[in-house]
Write a protein that binds this ligand. Structure first.
Ligand code: Z5A
Length: 210
């Protein structure tokens, strides 16, 4: 039986990395074999594309080049890791996936949603996540949490307005697909965030509480 595909989304600093390990442990405790991965990246070649995408550079990057590189990395990730794992019955837990393309390249950069949708169908056929946990909090709060880290990458260097558009696109997508998305209030303390995640894993996927 095909494994379950779970994605984690949200703007900068919402706590995806922090909560990824928590979800991993919850799924393992429930007896699932889990592959944890991320986008862009997840395989050696896709990680090289990630480097290309995140590096700050003097040359201005075309929106189309950025979009196609995101999908090139995704095609490789699906081919080498995600699809084989799901077909073997493993669960895949992925830090960002195509909703991030709608949010960042679509909402943030202004690329048309229909173009993204065409590429999504070409690259993924009918494969979509079974559950997308959208960690949501006001942009300023996320930027504040992320501010103390290393030098900003090419995306992190964007202005607040860019991230507001990213957040709104995520929320619109969650409203349009409530059966796939669970919106988590990430503005509260970590224990409360994890309680919400735990409840969603139980309600939607039957994962027993710890
Ligand atoms: N991107 C794209 O444009 N298009 C695409 O299709 C895809 C990606 C797939 C890399 O993503 C960039 O790629 C991303 C979008 C673009 N750029 N941006 N921005 P990434 O996921 O690697 O990078 P990120 O969004 O910058 O993630 P992040 O910086 O690692 O943030 P996070 O994982 O969501 O947050 P965190 O590191 O877990 O937490 C941040 C801090 O907050 C940390 O100190 C925590 O201890 C703290 N924290 C976490 N939760 C809490 C709570 N509840 N209370 C208080 N403090 C907390």
């Amino acid at each position: 039986m095909r494994g379950c595909f779970i994605t984690l989304e949200g703007v900068e600093g919402v706590g995806k990395t922090t909560n990824l390990e928590y979800i991993h442990q919850r799924l393992k405790a429930a007896g699932k074999t889990v592959v944890v991965t991320r986008e862009p990246g997840g395989t050696a070649m896709a990680e090289e594309i990630r480097e290309l995408l995140l590096q700050q550079r003097a040359e201005s990057v075309s929106e189309m080049a950025e979009l196609l590189l995101m999908f090139a990395a995704r095609a490789q990730h699906l081919h080498s890791l995600i699809i084989p794992a799901l077909e073997q019955g493993q669960w895949v837990l992925c830090d960002r996936f195509t909703d991030a393309t709608y949010a960042y390249q679509g909402g943030g950069r202004g690329v048309s949603q229909s173009l993204i949708s065409t590429l999504e169908s070409m690259v993924q056929a009918s494969l979509r996540p079974d559950l997308t946990l959208l960690l949501d909090l006001p942009v300023e709060q996320g930027l504040e949490r992320a501010r103390n880290r290393s030098t900003p990458d090419r995306f992190e260097a964007e202005k607040q307005r860019f991230f507001e558009a990213v957040r709104q696109t995520y929320l619109d997508r969650a409203t349009a697909e409530p059966e796939r998305f669970a919106v988590i209030d990430a503005s509260v303390d970590l224990a409360q965030v994890q309680a919400q995640i735990s409840q969603q894993l139980q309600q939607r996927l039957g994962v027993d509480p710890a």
